[in-house]
Ligand binder design. Structure first.
Ligand SMILES: [Zn+2]
Length: 251
């Protein structure tokens, strides 16, 4: 993207200057507790039906399950451990006042599946990391990054960052394999919506320093499989985001 390399430097400079100004004048920062999204993922999105997704917190088990697979006591059906909508890794990185919701959506017409995650930050600013950090490693790399502009079903548009990912590794039977996938994301706060982490950082600093307020930022991500050399995943993501974005937004 043009101008991309200049923007972070500008933001860094602006934030440093603003932080110095805030220190000098002792601006008081108020936590609004407000989010720019509804705090639940919808049951259905268009012709996609969702089911809540959970992670077993027993790190020796690591089972990922949907709501209907939970035991009668709500625990992991394999090991009897507690389950959570956030994975052990996410809870190791995120403050306790973060809200994590995940849902597996299946399209009735085709059987296609996507996972939607909503990470809603609390008072701490460390709730949302740069997404790229969590997505690479263990054989997974980002092979392409682009911004998509999606016209929403009710008018307006939402921009999302679309990452094409490629996992290469060894299966349990020793064979080598690769699996292409995608991850599309954007951020929302009251009155703000952006596909870019650096822009989100700018608005957080602006709200804090200029307006003296912090809000709860939401990070919405959609992931699924893709086929190498095809852009079918982008069409699928576009149609899903067109319906989901206006359903989530709450301002
Ligand atoms: Zn388990």
């Amino acid at each position: 993207m043009q101008g991309r390399s200049v923007v972070p430097h500008f933001i860094l400079f602006a934030m440093t200057a603003a932080a110095a100004w805030a220190l000098a004048f002792g601006t008081e920062v108020r936590y609004s507790g407000k989010a720019g999204v509804h705090e639940a993922l919808p049951e259905t999105v268009g012709d996609w039906r969702g089911e809540s997704l959970f992670y077993c917190l027993n790190t020796k088990c690591n089972r990922v399950l949907v709501e209907s697979e939970r035991g009668p006591d709500g625990k992991c059906p394999d090991c009897g451990g507690d389950v959570s909508s956030g994975s052990p890794i996410e809870w190791a990185l995120l403050p306790a006042d973060t809200k994590i919701l995940k849902r597996l959506y299946t399209r009735s017409t085709s059987g296609d599946q996507v996972v939607v995650s909503l990470v809603l930050g609390g008072e701490s600013r460390t709730s949302i990391h740069r997404p790229q950090i969590c997505l690479v490693g263990d054989g997974r790399e980002i092979t392409r990054t682009k911004t998509i502009t999606v016209p929403e079903s009710g008018g307006g548009a939402v921009k999302a960052t679309m990452l094409e990912l490629l996992w290469r590794g060894q299966l349990s039977d020793g064979r080598w394999a690769s699996q292409p996938s995608f991850y599309a994301y954007w951020f929302v706060a009251p009155g703000r919506q952006t596909a870019r982490h650096d822009v989100r950082m700018f608005w957080m600093a602006y709200d804090r320093i200029v307006l003296g307020v912090t809000h709860r930022w939401a990070y919405i991500g959609i992931s699924g499989r893709r086929t190498e050399g095809s852009d079918a995943h982008e069409q699928l993501a576009r149609s899903f985001i067109a319906d989901l974005a206006p359903m989530m937004r709450n301002f």
